[in-house]
Every structure is written in C-alpha cells, then in structure tokens.
Design a protein around this ligand. Structure first.
Ligand code: SAM
Length: 264
C-alpha cells in the first residue's frame, strides 16, 4: 500500500468520525475526480490532518475548509501556509450557511465526511443546492449504494429518491478500510453529486415532495395506496398516472414528482 505522510498527525477522535486517509493512491484519485480548475471556489468539509486539503492546495492555491475539531485548526493552518491561501472556518458544518459562504459564487463541495453525520450533511447541502456546482464526497459504501440505487433495487429508498430528484448521482470508486488511519469497519466509496437546474427538477412544493417520499418508504412493504392513505387520494394517483397497488421501491423518481405535484 502506498502510504502518504500527512502534514501532521494527531490522535483520532471517534466522536468526530475521524478516519484519516493515509493512502496516496486514493488521495490522488480523489483529487483527480475533483479536477480543480482555475476560478473554482472549493470548500472542503472536515479537512482533518489535511490528507486531501494539502494536495488540493498544491493544484488550486485557494481553498476554504470547515473543521469542527479545534485541535486540528492550528496545525492545519501551519501545514498549508507554504502552499496557498487556506481559509479555515472553525464551526460545525451543519451550522454553516453555504449560501452565505458562497457570496454570490457557486461552490464545489468536497470531503471525506464524518460518517456519523453524513446524511444530515447531505440534506444540509441539498438545502443550498442552488449555490452548489458539484459535490465529491467519501462516505460509507453502503450509503453511496443507497444514494445511487435504481428502482427495484433492495437499497432503493428515501435517500435515493431525495438525492436523485435534485442531483445527478454517480458512484465513482470504492476505498478499502486499509486506506485510513484508524481503519473504519466498513468499505467506503467516493460519490459525485451534480445539482440539477432547479427549473428542470419540476417539484412544485419541496416540502410536499419530501412528505410523500417519507410516507411511501416509511412502510415500503405496503402498497402505495395503503402507505400514502393520509397523503394522496385516488384522484391524485390517477392524475399522476401512478398505480396505487405499486410499492414505493418500484417507483421512478419522476413518478414521485408527479404524485407530489398532483393537485389535491
Ligand atoms: N479529510 C480528512 C481525511 O480525509 O483524512 C479527515 C476526514 S475524517 C473522516 C472527518 C473530518 O470531519 C474530521 O477532521 C472531523 O474532525 C471533521 N468533523 C467531524 N464532525 C464535524 C462537523 N460537525 N463539522 C465540521 N467538521 C467535522
């Protein structure tokens, strides 16, 4: 295995989901997948000891990072100093307003995410999809499989529909536990999300859409007629052209959109 020496090292904190990337091969693949271009506004979530940050800075000498662990902030700033301009936002990423951070530009989000809060981070980023050009995230492989799943798959569910409605989702490659220090118990994978043009998404009311998807998959073994009995009536199924005896896991994203948009 191809070990990388990070800019510094500190003991990993389990409570912050710290598994530091330590394999040069996978770090290079992530940087290549991001493929930073001059003029991009890059924002990294959870830079940790700089495994991705420092190679990215070598390619793109301006970068903003959001890191919650106070102990990492000083050493990271020092390691980045000779390479470029690193702005460190010392905050919980879930409290960061990406739209404010973007300040009129479109940002490219990247990160080897803390797995314990990866879904909340994804939904937080979705709320700011209008200012996000794309996202490259490392997550548990099982989560990436769910994000990218197609109808009919056992792992197709709420996360798949909610993300695919707003973004194009592409699973890029798998990263084994041995690439991290300390190694996690599971495989990881890198995923690319590209937000769709909001006009093309076609969802009339995002809250209603989220409610329909949540209720449909809340009881995924039931027919939609039963799972959605408080949410959609027979006429709405008819207007949407969706069979009420289907199950949530069989429905295309576009069918969920039509069902949520059908007037009540
Ligand atoms: N990017 C580094 C790497 O690949 O080696 C570290 C990745 S580690 C899986 C996750 C990072 O997210 C850690 O540095 C951790 O301190 C940070 N983190 C955890 N919770 C956070 C939060 N709520 N807001 C911002 N950063 C957080």
């Amino acid at each position: 295995m191809n070990r990388s020496s990070p800019g510094f090292s500190a003991p990993a904190k389990k409570s912050l989901g710290q598994h530091f990337l330590a394999d040069r091969h996978y770090i290079d693949r992530i940087v290549r997948a991001i493929n930073p271009k001059p003029g991009d506004t890059l924002v990294e979530i959870g830079p940790g000891q700089g495994a991705i940050t420092l190679p990215l800075l070598r390619e793109h000498p301006e970068l903003t990072v959001i890191e919650f662990d106070r102990d990492l902030v000083g050493p990271l700033a020092a390691a980045a100093e000779p390479l470029g301009r690193l702005t460190i936002v010392h905050r919980d990423v879930l409290s960061v307003d990406f739209t404010e951070l973007a300040a009129g530009r479109r940002i490219r989000l990247v990160g080897n995410l803390p797995y314990n809060i990866s879904s909340p981070i994804l939904f937080h980023a979705l709320q700011h999809a209008g200012v996000v050009a794309d996202m490259h995230f490392m997550l548990q492989k099982e989560v990436v499989d769910r994000m990218a799943a197609a109808p009919g798959s056992k792992v197709y569910g709420r996360l798949s529909v909610m993300l695919q409605a707003w973004c194009e989702v592409t699973s890029l490659f798998v990263v084994p536990p041995g690439a991290f220090r300390p190694p996690p118990k599971v495989d990881s994978a890198v995923v690319r999300l590209v937000p769709r043009d909001p006009a093309g998404v076609g969802i009339d009311d995002p809250r209603r859409f989220a409610d329909v998807v949540r209720a449909a998959f809340g009881q995924r073994r039931k027919t939609l007629r039963n799972a959605l009995h408080n949410v959609c009536d027979a006429r709405q199924f008819e207007l949407a052209g969706v069979r009420p005896d289907a199950r949530a896991e069989q429905l295309e994203v576009a069918e969920f959109v039509r069902l949520a948009n059908a007037p009540g």
